[in-house]
Design a protein around this ligand. Structure first.
Ligand SMILES: [Zn+2]
Length: 453
């Protein structure tokens, strides 16, 4: 903590120690102090506090949000119950399609004035189905609190330089890392680059930055690392690579380690709800941010998954009084984990698996996450990038980026390897493309199913 204290910003001239922050800074630090305690609580204690907050959210949602009033109000009035966990887990799930169809009915008609101004953001999700999300100044405040917690968890040196390659930003430089840290700390600068920049240009830019920290979208990070290995481009000052907005698998972690000998720290966020889980400071798995939301991992029948099982991620927001989401199926799958040996009581997600549309469908009805590691096909032909698109239960299109067309023999060998990896002799056609789009749908996916139900 000593280093962090050195970076605290005092608001009173003539006082540098002990630091006297301004009002917003003091509020942020007070919340951080609570988060610092609650992370060590037992799961039972965390649930007890969640339930107290959940009851307020449910009552508010039913009384002021037309969608929830219609959906849950009758039951609420009939029993006038204050739900316990059992009742909560019987509430119906809300899908993204439900949310889209409901439009403004999801918006509270009586947002508490103390929660601050209404904020609005769009979420394209991975399905390409846009959803307008609303929050308040308060939900933004919580968003930033978990950003700050993530810095603390990973012991970052705030005096360092941060290089951020993100979607929808103007390239340039900011004096600080952003609002989450700027509220109470003095940090090094943050250099920004738009994600839609060509990978080689991104690497040249990164090399020129000599940054201590890099943050970018997960797949972009993998491409950067893989290309850096090819170019033997080192980033000697880099301490850590941070990622968000996608799946970080072993391929990504290995590539980053091989390229720059640093670890990847990933975070699991969604536009609709903010931080869902943060990577444990000691492990590659994730801790649910229980102070921000309730996360359930449910199997096909709606029952909670035991540790080791993969299920769908269902979330309930705890502080959004503008557009509360209750048992909302966010569209991701994750593997439930055992309690973490680090001692934090925050539940563990062992892996974030991806989206339903990243599941391979076999003709017999089974579905699984396909694996076709680069090591299996990289020697066949000079393929720079590969994506599989499942068109039907029998057909898969193999999209490749390569400097030339594949010979008939190469294409045949590639198909044979992929069929073997997928465990079924799908009909495959190889299609060479200039680029596999990453701009529109920034969560680049190696595998996409366009299979109709
Ligand atoms: Zn842990």
């Amino acid at each position: 903590m000593t280093d962090i204290f050195n970076q605290l910003r005092s608001a009173v001239p003539g006082v540098v120690w002990p630091v006297l922050p301004d009002q917003p800074g003091a509020t942020a630090l007070a919340l951080q102090h609570q988060l610092d305690q609650s992370q060590w609580w037992s799961p039972a204690d965390l649930q007890l506090h969640q339930l107290a907050q959940l009851r307020l959210v449910l009552r508010h949602a039913i009384e002021t949000v037309p969608y929830w009033g219609a959906r849950l109000g009758k039951e609420w009035r009939r029993d006038d119950i204050i739900p316990d966990w059992t009742r909560f887990r019987q509430l119906p799930l809300m899908t993204r399609a439900d949310a889209q169809q409901s439009g403004n009915d999801l918006l509270s008609r009586r947002i508490p004035g103390d929660h601050g101004a209404l904020t609005r953001s769009g979420s394209s999700g991975s399905t390409g189905m846009p959803l307008t999300c609303y929050g308040t100044a308060l939900t933004d405040f919580f968003w930033r609190a978990f950003t700050l917690r993530e810095h603390f968890w990973h012991g970052r040196d705030f005096s360092g330089r941060l290089a951020a390659i993100r979607l929808k930003v103007n390239s340039g430089e900011m004096p600080g890392w952003g609002p989450a840290t700027d509220i109470a700390f003095t940090t090094g600068p943050c250099a920004l680059l738009n994600l839609q920049t060509d990978i080689d240009t991104q690497l040249d830019w990164l090399e020129a930055q000599s940054a201590q920290y890099l943050i970018t979208i997960a797949t972009n990070l993998r491409w950067l690392a893989e290309r850096a290995i090819e170019r033997k481009l080192k980033l000697p000052g880099l301490l850590e690579a941070r990622s968000y907005g996608g799946i970080v698998d072993d391929k990504t972690r290995d590539a980053v380690d091989a390229a720059w000998q640093v670890k990847v720290v990933d975070m699991y966020t969604a536009q609709e709800v903010g931080y869902i889980a943060l990577q444990c400071p000691l492990h590659a798995h994730y801790h649910v941010q229980s102070e921000n939301l309730i996360v359930e991992i449910l199997d096909g029948s709606g029952a909670p998954c035991p540790p080791g099982d993969v299920g769908r991620v269902v979330v309930t927001t705890l502080h959004n009084f503008a557009m509360p989401l209750i048992r909302y199926e966010i569209g991701d799958f994750a593997e439930a984990g055992d309690a973490c040996e680090c001692g934090r009581g925050l539940p563990v997600l062992r892996r974030i698996m991806g989206r339903e549309r990243n599941l391979l469908r076999l003709p017999d009805g089974r579905r699984h996450w396909p694996s076709f590691p680069q090591s299996r096909w990289v020697a066949i032909a000079p393929i720079r990038q590969l994506q599989l698109v499942q068109k039907s239960l029998q057909d898969i299109r193999v999209r490749i980026v390569a400097p030339r067309d594949l010979s008939a023999d190469e294409a045949q060998r590639l198909i044979a390897v992929l069929q073997d990896c997928l465990g079924y002799p799908f009909r495959m056609t190889v299609e060479r493309v200039d680029e596999i789009a990453r701009a529109g749908n920034y969560k680049f996916e190696d595998f996409v199913s366009e299979c109709a139900d």
